[in-house]
Design a protein around this ligand. Structure first.
Ligand code: 2P0
Length: 355
């Protein structure tokens, strides 16, 4: 039997500079191309406490103070990862998960990457599974693809892999968080009108219907090789062009999906124009934009240009808030005083967020 103990971890989101959009195996979550991301810092983090106990009569999950229905849809699919971990550890106890994001979950800021990577990190520690970073990334990947890149800090590559069993499709750090400390992500939170289609179903529809998608895996694979070299030599001009082109390539396949998927809105497009204007008037790249499955812009820049980029972005109508992030260092276990679980009642601790 497992010792009854709370494990608490903090982990962060990541922003893909080479995007993952499409699976070659849906069950194992194997991607059609490699992707590269920057792990973000604790300005975009998830804190998660877990406990396995025979006193719990079922699994439960609280997010930002609210109980979640883990038998519903995609959450049910993603929560299967807990069964996988229990099987690996030979444990049958139920789990209580209490998680808090310090950034707006609904704003489409890849909260699932922070949440899933932190959950698997905390739960695998609680189960005493001594996973290598590679194996940890493989387990996280089976929960949610993009999350597997949040298992390490700095610049991380999720290798496509060739094998059918997915054992060579893992994430690894290619440069640590100190390699290029000037690089900063200025996130422009853009207000969203309508509900988005989930990434999981969006990428399936793109693969099924987009003619342009045929050329995407090869293009992204080449961009991934070039980006890794550009980061290695700290070449911001090259990083900017590659990141912009890859983001636009992915969004072009979304628009080419039938019925079309469009995550960007007018504010997003205004931000794109602003970045090109900034770069053209400087005669070199000072900033790059990249967009995930939502209208929020991640504007990548360097220390010298943060202030002017922020100023330009805050002038744009529809930008509600700017969040800044450097390269983060990956997930870590926190001390007992940081726990979100009250072991006596086996419920979330009361927090100011409950009121
Ligand atoms: C990425 N995105 O590389 C891309 C760019 C969104 C756009 O990975 O089905 O939540 O759980 O593997 O990881 C979002 O998709 O999808 C995503 P699943 P996921 O970050």
């Amino acid at each position: 039997m497992l010792e009854e103990r709370v494990f608490t971890a903090v982990g962060t989101s990541n922003i893909a500079l080479i995007k993952y959009w499409g699976k070659r195996n849906e069950q194992l979550i194997l991607p059609t191309n490699s992707s590269i991301s920057l792990t973000l810092d604790e300005n975009l983090s998830s804190r998660t406490s877990v406990i396995f106990s025979e006193r719990l009569d079922r699994d439960s999950f609280y997010l930002n103070g609210k109980v979640q229905d883990i038998n519903d849809g995609e959450l049910k699919e993603k929560f299967q990862i807990i069964n996988r971990l229990r099987t690996m550890a030979g444990v049958r106890d139920n789990i209580l998960v209490v998680s808090e994001n310090n950034f707006p979950t609904a704003a489409g800021l890849a909260s699932s990457a922070a949440g899933m990577s932190t959950l698997v990190f905390a739960a695998s520690n609680a189960l005493g599974l001594n996973l290598t970073q590679r194996d940890l990334s493989i387990v996280v990947r089976m929960g949610s693809g993009s999350a597997c890149r949040s298992i390490a800090g700095g610049f991380v590559r999720w290798n496509r892999g060739e094998l059918d069993d997915g054992s060579d499709s893992y994430a690894e750090q290619i440069f640590n968080e100190s390699h290029w400390p000037e690089v900063t992500d200025v996130i422009a939170v853009v207000s969203e009108g309508k509900k988005r289609i989930s990434s999981r179903s969006g990428m399936r529809q793109t693969m099924q219907t987009s003619a342009l998608y045929q050329s995407r895996p090869q293009f992204a694979e080449r961009m991934a090789r070039e980006l890794a070299e550009a980061i290695g030599r700290r070449d911001f001009n090259a990083l900017a062009e590659i990141a912009i082109r890859d983001s636009n390539n992915m969004h072009a396949t979304m628009l080419d999906t039938y019925p079309p998927i469009s995550y960007l809105n007018d504010t997003s497009r205004e931000i794109m124009n602003a970045v090109h204007e900034i770069n053209e008037s400087a005669g070199e790249a000072l900033a790059a934009y990249t967009f995930d499955a939502g209208p929020n812009a991640h504007v990548i820049t360097t220390d010298r240009h943060i202030a002017s980029v922020r100023e330009r972005l805050s002038e744009i109508d529809g930008v509600s808030r700017l969040i800044e992030s450097k390269a983060g260092r990956g997930p870590r276990i926190l001390g007992e005083s940081e726990s979100l679980i009250d072991v006596g009642s086996m419920l979330p601790k009361r927090s100011s967020g409950d009121e």
